[in-house]
Ligand binder design. Structure first.
Ligand SMILES: *[C@@H]1O[C@H](CO)[C@@H](O)[C@H](O)[C@H]1NC(C)=O
Ligand SMILES: *[C@@H]1O[C@H](CO)[C@@H](O)[C@H](O)[C@H]1NC(C)=O
Ligand SMILES: *[C@@H]1O[C@H](CO)[C@@H](O)[C@H](O)[C@H]1NC(C)=O
Ligand SMILES: *[C@@H]1O[C@H](CO)[C@@H](O)[C@H](O)[C@H]1NC(C)=O
Ligand SMILES: *[C@@H]1O[C@H](CO)[C@@H](O)[C@H](O)[C@H]1NC(C)=O
Ligand SMILES: *[C@@H]1O[C@H](CO)[C@@H](O)[C@H](O)[C@H]1NC(C)=O
Ligand SMILES: *[C@@H]1O[C@H](CO)[C@@H](O)[C@H](O)[C@H]1NC(C)=O
Ligand SMILES: *[C@@H]1O[C@H](CO)[C@@H](O)[C@H](O)[C@H]1NC(C)=O
Ligand SMILES: *[C@@H]1O[C@H](CO)[C@@H](O)[C@H](O)[C@H]1NC(C)=O
Ligand SMILES: *[C@@H]1O[C@H](CO)[C@@H](O)[C@H](O)[C@H]1NC(C)=O
Length: 504
């Protein structure tokens, strides 16, 4: 099985149009940019993004029992960090979501100066089935804001985020973002790269899909370029320069391209903006490229990772260096000194066309993940070359428990269920009465003995289906990979539209 070329499709644009323009039928309530602790809206002028305030009718439902608000006493890096909502006991937000979609979740933390020392906060943030931040210590959020970012598959119509402070401490958040991602940005099933095999690469399908897993962003690099901030990126991601991770800086130099990159493969019917959500142009217009005079030398990056954990790696390429005469430069990609693939060696690619390879790789015990691009010196072009435009690394988080699959949505309770629960309730009451009479009778008979307490089973609604069960059902019809053409994303689009109309 070849690593997929994740070539990008028109369907992305269609889906995202409907996401961003309410006039096209998107239900605004499915996108959340919320400010915590602020009554009114907060606008980040650089991105023109509005984080809605707590008095907004579209604010997610909240359940705070002991909570307060802090406001910064001095200037902050962004108006987002002017306020924080403080949780002194377990508290939750409940968002409305479109089932069966991948969402991005972000938390903003900044310990601004205030009477309550926010940097002493210690807490856990969880969502159904996953602990996203365990025993988080806010001490590192004093000098600059910390943004934690996750990719999650949400299968239900409601999505709860729970903040649980540690004993004698508290939790807080300055802002939360939750929004749907383009359908195939994170594929449901993916290649697992076994780098330890002596035979070189060995790819298998990642044994499970991403329904029972989520991803936490570790690192996102705009290789060869400068910082791309959240205000510029198409999905508010932050891309950092790569220089500090290069292990052999003498082999590499920054390369850049002034022209337009070509978003599509030889297909004029496809809109050029179609795949802008994969990564912004600016990421593809810069790269680290092997220096002239170092022909045949590798460029390697070593990025810090947690040891022995699966990681999702997205490597972005765009050949902005070759010309029509030589054609695409092919070179070799290595991970941990194991061969992965010949980059650019595919008929469906063309000059200045962005694409990426994605796969799962398990980190070794060194605490570093190594990626190298190696010029193929046997290629008969004037100047062998190798480059990399972008790198994204996410840690795979395994689910920490079953995910309830009922929505316990009171509005949707059907008549039989209502009748059923009324009858059930009556039965329960009669049972309690009978039991009470029976116990009183026993008590009368044996007044000295303490009565035995007979527990009545708690009437639990819903089923105890685990997320795993769901996953197997869904796996039955594996969603296609991004590279399989336009057909399938249209199917997804139809699904989304159906969802949308069902909601009306
Ligand atoms: C080239 O890319 C296409 C589309 O992603 C893929 O189906 C095909 O297998 C690739 N060919 C090679 C030789 O890798
Ligand atoms: C807050 O922002 C929302 C969403 O952009 C908007 O609908 C609402 O009118 C704004 N409220 C105020 C008071 O500006
Ligand atoms: C806040 O708490 C941290 C950690 O306990 C401490 O280092 C810092 O000095 C405190 N800041 C203020 C302003 O009290
Ligand atoms: C805080 O930052 C320091 C230096 O950047 C880092 O070594 C440490 O692991 C961080 N601590 C936490 C709890 O994130
Ligand atoms: C690939 O590696 C995995 C794990 O080491 C192993 O189970 C599998 O059999 C290997 N597949 C091939 C084709 O070598
Ligand atoms: C590459 O560009 C970045 C951003 O402009 C800069 O920080 C870095 O020093 C440059 N690296 C080299 C090797 O020129
Ligand atoms: C680049 O390398 C080639 C081959 O070594 C050499 O002929 C050429 O002069 C070099 N160009 C520059 C600008 O250094
Ligand atoms: C390039 O990297 C490969 C794999 O890591 C290694 O086998 C090879 O020796 C390296 N070549 C050079 C010139 O560094
Ligand atoms: C290098 O390129 C040659 C010629 O295109 C090709 O046959 C060879 O497989 C490539 N080397 C590697 C390691 O892929
Ligand atoms: C989610 O997808 C699964 C499998 O495709 C399907 O059984 C389930 O009904 C879907 N849920 C919703 C709410 O559409």
């Amino acid at each position: 099985m070849a690593i997929q070329h994740s070539i990008i499709l028109l369907a992305f644009l269609i889906q995202f149009s409907s996401l961003y323009f309410p006039s096209l039928g998107y239900d605004e309530q499915d996108i959340y940019f919320i400010s915590c602790g602020s009554d009114s809206n907060v606008t980040v002028t650089e991105s023109n993004k509005v984080y809605i305030g707590e008095s907004n009718p579209n604010y997610p439902k909240t359940s705070f029992s002991k909570s307060s608000i802090e406001t910064s006493q001095s200037s902050v890096p962004s108006p987002l960090y002017q306020t924080a909502r403080i949780f002194h006991s377990e508290s939750l937000y409940e968002f409305k979501t479109v089932p069966n979609n991948t969402y991005m979740v972000r938390f903003h933390f900044f310990s601004f100066s205030s009477p309550l020392n926010l940097s002493t906060a210690k807490f856990t943030v969880s969502v159904p089935g996953f602990i996203l931040l365990q025993n988080f210590d806010a001490k590192n959020t004093t000098n600059s804001p910390l943004v934690k970012e996750y990719y999650l598959k949400i299968i239900r119509k409601k999505f709860k985020i729970t903040f649980t402070p540690q004993k004698a401490s508290f939790a807080f958040a300055n802002a939360i973002e939750l929004f749907m991602l383009p359908v195939h940005l994170i594929p449901d099933s993916i290649a697992l790269f076994h780098y330890k095999e002596s035979t070189g690469r060995n790819l298998s399908t990642y044994s499970n899909d991403f329904l029972s897993r989520s991803l936490e962003t570790n690192l996102r690099l705009n290789v060869g370029g400068g910082i791309v901030n959240r205000e510029t990126d198409t999905l508010s991601r932050e891309w950092l320069p790569d220089d500090r991770y290069i292990t052999d800086p003498q082999n590499a130099k920054n390369g850049s391209f002034e022209g337009d990159i070509k978003r599509t493969a030889n297909d004029e019917s496809v809109d050029s903006n179609s795949n802008k959500y994969i990564g912004p142009d600016i990421v593809y217009k810069t790269a680290k490229v092997s220096v002239n005079g170092s022909i045949g030398l590798n460029i390697s990056w070593s990025v810090p990772v947690e040891k022995n954990i699966d990681h999702f790696l997205m490597l972005h390429f765009c050949d902005i260096f070759s010309d029509q005469q030589t054609g695409l430069t092919t070179f070799i990609l290595f991970v941990y000194d194991s061969y992965v693939i010949n980059v650019n060696d595919n008929q469906s690619l063309s000059l200045q066309m962005p694409y990426y390879y994605d796969f799962v790789v398990r980190s070794d015990s060194s605490g570093l993940l190594k990626v190298s691009v190696v010029p193929n010196t046997s290629v008969e072009v004037a100047r062998p070359n190798a480059f990399l435009n972008g790198l994204e690394l996410m840690k795979v988080i395994e689910s920490s428990g079953p995910i309830p699959n009922d929505d316990s949505d009171s509005r949707k309770i059907s008549l039989p269920v209502v009748v059923g629960s009324v009858i059930g309730g009556l039965l329960l009451v009669s049972m309690v009465v009978v039991l009470f009479l029976w116990i009183s009778k026993i008590r009368k008979q044996r007044p000295v003995e303490k009565s035995e307490w007979l527990p009545i089973p708690a009437a639990r609604g819903g089923s105890s289906h685990s997320r795993l069960t769901d996953a197997t059902t869904i796996q039955g019809s594996p969603l296609p990979n991004i590279n399989l053409g336009l057909k399938i994303p249209l199917l997804d689009l139809l699904k989304r539209l159906t969802n949308f109309y069902l909601k009306l």
